[in-house]
Design a protein around this ligand. Structure first.
Ligand code: GUN
Ligand code: ZN
Length: 499
């Protein structure tokens, strides 16, 4: 791998980075969206992508050009950048997607790599085998072995400054994905797309998508730029970025427009069902839903494609800003509420909290507890791990949601969902969290788990938990032998006089 990717900011596994594309002479800020340009259709002109949308990178299909009587020679003579009229970076795909759709393609790995280089592609792709989800284990293994041979062969093709993708396959087997990623990272190739996830996304299988991405990330170094092949719906950008993806390609903006479908950050609407356009992009600001419906087919498709792209770019900017502010997980959580399948995706991400925690910065903005799922965030896990290492000073210690009490040797703060912490940490992330007054049960149970960690680390200390009306499930999750005091409007705080 060349030294082409620099990470600027982290949040969970998400990052803002800079991908240097030497052949194009441009540096692409990530997370980035690569709109798919079908050379035969060009729903939106590449020059328009550049001038109106600020696109600095796109993707087109090298195999479609290679097979095209109309474009093959022109691409070779003029080069892709002139042919498409685009001065940013151009990634090309190899025909692997056609291979997965039609079962065969008529070009070899080496030929299509050389062709991509000859037409001036900035980032090329070998012919990987996109093994679909749920394939049998043997098939997944043998197709992965073929993909790995192709990556090794790609290392020997002279492609000059062109970067080369090293796709990670392995179907829905996390161990194969991890091994595939480790192998790919060990080659001299440059960018690491997670492949064959389109069927997962089309099937709204976001939890498995997250599992596949997390498995691939375990096999890759932190300096590996990761592309999610074929992922272009803005509803999943925040989730996929939080799982560690840096690049997306969207054919969705154009394909959906062809069927009168209107993308939003929480799903897809059909133009026929819209009485109002819930968006402020130039298209939606200058048309009513009825006006869009009344357009001829081609201009209607173009306007919808423009809207779809505006939403997609806006969502990526929203994701980048959340990353900068350190509240990407809050954004993921808000987006997850838009669709039940996204809730599953977010839960799958939290199942990987260990993996997220290892990458997550220690200090960010303010932790917002937004739902019971927040109790499973990596920050809560990190705090609990810290509790197992913290020792307390006194023999008789109060863990209190309320005030200090001098009957005890020492008082620690107690706060759902984190649990106990020394007062000196009150002003540090994430313990400055904003939590709702009406907390969910999971938050109390997470706090009880934190109490348990501290008590286990300090077996010779007597602990008392002073709480405001914790639910029974949380109280019964406290270790045996811990004293409890219920605080409340009617109860006197315990003091020396009581003892
Ligand atoms: N486009 C969508 N999925 C894939 C994939 O797995 N491999 C390649 N090369 N292109 C894709
Ligand atoms: Zn719009």
């Amino acid at each position: 791998m060349r030294d082409i990717f620099e990470v600027r900011d982290f949040d969970g596994l998400g990052r803002i980075g800079e991908l240097e594309v030497p052949r194009a002479g441009v540096t692409v800020e990530t997370p980035a969206l690569l709109p798919v340009i079908n050379p035969h259709i060009r729903t939106i002109e590449p020059a328009t992508l550049e001038s109106e949308f600020g696109a600095d990178v796109l993707i087109t299909n090298g195999y479609v050009l290679y097979k095209s009587d109309e474009y093959r020679e022109r691409a070779l003579e003029e080069g892709l950048h002139d042919l498409l009229d685009f001065s940013g970076a151009i990634m090309t795909d190899s025909g692997s997607f056609q291979l997965s759709e039609y079962g065969e393609i008529s070009v070899t790995n080496e030929e299509i790599l050389r062709f991509q280089h000859e037409v001036g592609s900035d980032i090329g792709t070998p012919v990987d085998i996109p093994t679909p989800p749920d394939a049998g284990r043997e098939r997944a293994e043998s197709e992965l072995a073929t993909t790995q041979e192709r990556l090794a062969a790609a290392e020997d093709v002279d492609v000059g400054e062109m970067l080369v993708n090293a796709p990670v396959q392995g179907s829905t087997y996390p161990d194969l994905r991890e091994a595939a990623a480790e192998h790919a990272y060990g080659t001299s190739l440059d960018v690491f797309p997670v492949g064959a996830v389109v069927p997962l996304m089309n099937g709204y299988r976001y939890a498995e998508m997250v599992e596949v991405v997390l498995a691939a990330k375990r096999g890759l170094g932190a300096d590996a730029p990761v592309h999610l092949f074929g992922a272009g719906h803005p509803m999943m950008f925040a989730l996929a970025v939080a799982a560690g993806c840096d690049l997306f390609d969207s054919a969705a903006y154009a394909l959906y427009a062809r069927d009168d479908r209107y993308l939003t950050v929480s799903g897809t609407d059909h133009l026929d069902d819209l009485d109002y356009l819930p968006c402020g992009c130039p298209v939606c600001a200058s048309h009513t839903a009825a006006e869009l419906r009344a357009l001829e087919e081609r201009p209607r498709e173009e306007r919808l494609a423009e809207h779809n792209l505006h939403v997609s770019y806006r969502e990526l900017r929203t994701v980048r800003q959340a990353l900068r502010e350190g509240n990407l997980l809050e954004l993921v959580e808000r987006r997850a509420r838009g669709h039940p399948a996204m809730v599953d995706g977010y839960e799958a991400l939290l199942d990987g909290a260990d993996q997220l925690e290892a990458a997550d910065p220690v200090s960010k903005g303010t932790f917002f507890h937004l739902s019971s799922a927040s109790a499973r965030r990596p920050e809560v896990r990190r705090h609990h791990e810290r509790l197992a290492r913290l020792s307390v000073e006194g023999d008789d210690v109060l863990l209190s949601e309320g005030d200090d009490n001098d009957r005890f040797d020492e008082t620690w703060r107690l706060r759902p969902p984190f649990g106990p912490f020394p007062a000196a940490l009150s002003d540090s992330y994430p313990l400055t969290a904003e939590t709702p007054e009406r907390l969910d049960r999971d938050a109390y149970e997470a706090a009880a788990a934190g109490v348990r960690r501290l008590i286990e680390a300090n077996p010779n200390v007597a602990f008392t938990v002073a709480h405001w009306e914790w639910p029974d499930a949380a109280l019964s999750a406290l270790p045996d032998g811990v004293g409890t005091l219920e605080l409340g409007p009617d109860s006197e705080p315990p003091s020396d006089a009581d003892g």
